[in-house]
Write a protein that binds this ligand. Structure first.
Ligand code: PRP
Length: 208
């Protein structure tokens, strides 16, 4: 008998596209398309259970085994280094991790650079690699405000279309990591539900 597989999907547009890939792979669960506020959807016959998780929390569910597999952004994997297997690059949700600043900003290397970001570990690692002294300011959102209000010199953030920067008179200084959505697995699930997880990985990879 097939074992039930628990899948954490990132809530939102990306998650809906990811679900469509699972559906094409033969793991449909039609009730997920109903418009309601439910968070868990199951197709017992197919042995699959989906739940909608805040995108930045997917890796926590998978690391702790509440989900066997899930889809998380490379940004989250780099920032929090969860103890999970990264199985597949889905080549969706593509964006870049970038440094941005007010137009015309020139870095004075004699001063400590103030950096506002949600991604403190990624930012620290980046500046350590170029030997630049920084002062990190940890924000939770609307990072673009920081240089405008003089809270920081630069920001380290995700840039997708670039329109948030543009509309706030900021510009990319440097893009330094490519980001995309990754299929991840809990390490012990990968042992005990190996067949089920491998089947999904292989069917998803054929769609990329
Ligand atoms: C992200 C990111 C940028 C924006 C980039 O923010 O932090 O603000 O998207 O996208 P763009 O280049 O296509 O404009 P998010 O929507 O996650 O909101 P946040 O302000 O809470 O970080």
């Amino acid at each position: 008998m097939k074992k039930m597989l628990n899948v954490a999907l990132p809530k939102g547009r990306l998650g809906e596209k990811v679900y469509d890939m699972f559906e094409k792979a033969g793991f449909e669960c039609p009730s997920i398309k109903e418009v309601n506020r439910k968070l868990i959807f199951e197709n017992e016959e197919k042995g699959i259970r989906y739940f909608w998780v805040k995108p930045s929390d997917v890796a926590i569910y998978v690391e702790r085994g509440a989900a066997d597999i899930g889809v998380a952004g490379k940004d989250i994997l780099l920032e929090y280094k969860p103890d999970v297997y990264e199985l597949l690059d889905l080549k969706m949700g593509k964006c870049n991790m970038a440094v941005a600043a007010k137009k015309g900003f020139v870095d004075d290397r004699n001063k400590t650079l103030t950096v506002a970001t949600k991604f403190i570990n990624i930012a620290k690692k980046h500046y350590a690699s170029i030997g630049r002294d920084i002062d990190i300011i940890h924000l939770n959102g609307s990072i673009e405000l920081a240089p405008i209000l003089g809270l920081s010199d630069v920001i380290v953030d995700i840039v997708e279309t670039g329109s948030t920067l543009k509309e706030n008179n900021l510009e990319v200084v440097e893009k330094f990591v490519d980001i995309s959505a990754r299929l991840i697995a809990n390490k012990s699930s990968f042992k005990f539900k190996c067949e089920e997880i491998e089947e999904i990985r292989s069917k998803l990879s054929k769609q990329i």
